[in-house]
Write a protein that binds this ligand. Sequence first.
Ligand SMILES: [Zn+2]
Length: 193
Amino acid sequence: MPDYDTSEISLERKKKLVPWVLRFINNVRSRISDRKKGQSSLDELESAEIQLIRYVQDQSFTVEKLISNLSVFRDDNNIIRVKTRITERIDAPNFLSSILLPNIFTQRLVEPFHLKNLHAGTQLLLSIIREKYWIIGGRRSVRKKWNVRVKCRRFKSKSPMTDPVSLPSDRVKDAAVFEVVSVDLAGPLYVKR
Ligand SMILES: [Zn+2]
């Protein structure tokens, strides 16, 4: 399994690649008649994602006690999740107890979310990601990432300011209601007499 922080392959590509690797391993071990062919099934994709997450967590969190200030547990798939106080709510399991991830993984994870949500800013991006994942020190690494990208920085730039111009006399003089009327309109206006 390639390293997440050093590998140049994007997360999306990995998510597509891993199911094929797992299928190959399974096929090699099973009889020819039982071997799987064709497109990846949903089960295979989900299983690959679970394996990826488990791998990243195993690399980063050796002892659960080391995860400070967070109450965590392992689910049925042996994935470390964060305990929340909204477990009584009816919602997606990932939202009720998010999957814990180290911030070393953030950059690969954040990018597709950022692009999919039209260059979303730090706060919006964190809210979207937290529907599924809990990243340790997420805010810091998300912000750090976008500060170096020119494409993303341009959305933060301030528009140029000009000196204020005096308003026309009709807009500042004392007048009765509807004494001065104007219409803001594009195109010709025909009036029947
Ligand atoms: Zn961007």
